[in-house]
Ligand binder design. Structure first.
Ligand code: NAP
Length: 404
């Protein structure tokens, strides 16, 4: 499809603007991708510098696609102009019409595409259609970054499961909390990190389709798992879906997240054994999903143990493309062991919790360094006195990487 053929010096600048616009839709478009677009007047060759006429993005599922959103302020007419779009325009009718039709009707002369649509059923279709209609199409400007922007969409298309973020607040010695004992039953203070880190965690929640925790966390912390942002940062009233993994249905009916907007994933066996409890949850608006037990013997299957990969596929089946797991210790261990985390956001607080601290990731057993999960493309951010360590999770090959 002629990747990066016909690129002009300023193309990356406008693609960058389109990418920034696309970000405004994060957490709102699943199962659609994030897409941003700008319309530019390139002028005559050698004349004045190109100028941006309008921009738009795919705001939420069912809303205009980015190309149409960018054309609207121009009354859907832009003869002779250039469209920059982060993802290949669609050439099929879905929830909205074909974007290629809108582009052709508007009289656009050149289209610059960031990344091809990763959906194998439609890849290249939009580009081919536009070229056949005589439009100059440049493909692959900032392609890698445009692909990365839709990492959840690609993950979901190719494996049926969401992109998984591991989120945890940790002490310097890697502990999640103090173990509950007779002396610290009240467990105050519950938070390891300060307000700046907590606010950042709420921003993350706002960008994710769902927040996943294990039943142990509900029992020990009774979290709300809602997004709470100051009015100046709030885009709308949307809340992420709250998901609890609870093979043995230990979640108390009195817990704060017991209500609409919560999905409890448990075992089929538990659903069959306790129909009145299931009915109680449902009467409170909690959705209950019973899954078959894990078949893989390495998961030490009991009728209540679920295969984490099957759990994530069930979330993918609900069109959840981005899921953030907030723990606790056991669930982090299971997802790390199963190599199901894609990314991490670890908030490190400046304290030690010592031997009575809850260790992150029990069940993750490594015989050699080379097999360890590790972070690449590490980023760090100071948040008050805490540090956010983020990166892409990789599995194995750590030592080799260090030597290279
Ligand atoms: N610092 C932080 O960021 C942070 C965040 C969250 C929690 N925490 C701390 O972490 C601790 C809680 O961790 P935890 O290990 O006790 O609990 P957890 O990881 O939240 O939950 C573990 C439970 O989840 C269910 N579960 C997990 N994987 C499952 C699977 N594959 N199939 C079926 N059920 C599954 C099981 O429930 P059943 O046994 O009922 O089947 C399991 O006992 C608390 O001390 C809490 O304060 C810290």
């Amino acid at each position: 499809l002629g990747y990066a053929v016909g690129v002009r010096a300023y193309d990356a600048v406008f693609m960058e603007q389109a990418m920034a616009l696309a970000e405004h839709g994060r957490g709102r478009t699943s199962p659609n991708p994030l897409v941003g677009a700008v319309i530019v007047d390139e002028g005559e060759e050698g004349a004045a510098a190109p100028i941006v006429l309008s921009g738009g993005y795919h705001e939420r599922l069912g809303a205009d696609h980015a190309e149409v959103a960018a054309l609207r302020p121009l009354a859907l007419r832009a003869p002779g102009k250039t469209l920059y779009v982060t993802l290949e325009p669609c050439n099929h009718v879905g929830r909205t019409g074909k974007c290629t039709d809108a582009i052709l009707a508007a009289g656009i002369r050149r289209v610059v595409v960031g990344a091809l649509d990763p959906n194998p059923r439609v890849t290249g279709g939009g580009v081919t259609r536009l070229r056949q209609a005589g439009i100059e199409v440049t493909v692959g400007v900032l392609a890698e970054r445009c692909h990365h922007q839709n990492r959840g969409y690609r993950r979901w298309l190719h494996s049926g499961r969401p992109h998984m973020l591991m989120k945890a607040a940790l002490s310097i010695d890697g502990k999640l909390a103090l173990m509950a004992t007779g002396e610290n039953q009240t467990r105050a203070p519950l938070w390891l990190t300060g307000s700046a880190a907590q606010q950042q965690a709420h921003r993350l929640r706002d960008q994710y389709d769902a927040i996943l925790v294990g039943a142990g966390t509900v029992l020990s912390d009774d979290p709300l798992l809602t997004t709470r942002l100051p009015a100046s940062e709030r885009r709308d009233e949307r809340q992420p879906l709250r998901v609890v993994l609870d093979g043995a249905l230990r979640t108390p009916l009195s817990s704060r997240l017991c209500g609409p907007g919560t999905l409890l994933i448990t075992s089929e066996a538990e659903c069959r054994a306790r129909p009145s409890l299931v009915a109680e949850f449902r009467s409170r608006g909690v959705e209950i999903l019973g899954l078959p037990p894990a078949l893989n013997s390495s998961l030490q299957a009991s009728s209540q143990t679920l295969d984490p990969a099957a759990v994530l596929r069930a979330l993918g089946d609900r069109n959840l493309l981005y899921v953030m797991c907030e723990g606790g210790a056991t669930l982090h261990g299971k997802l790390l062991s199963a190599e199901l985390y894609d990314e991490a956001a670890l908030f490190i607080a400046p304290l030690f919790l010592g031997e009575r601290g809850v260790a992150l990731g029990p069940g993750l057993r490594l015989d050699q360094l080379a097999a360890a999960p590790w972070l690449s493309e590490v980023r760090q951010e100071q948040l008050g006195s805490d540090v956010l360590l983020g990166g892409t999770l990789r599995y194995g090959g750590f030592a080799a990487k260090k030597e290279s």
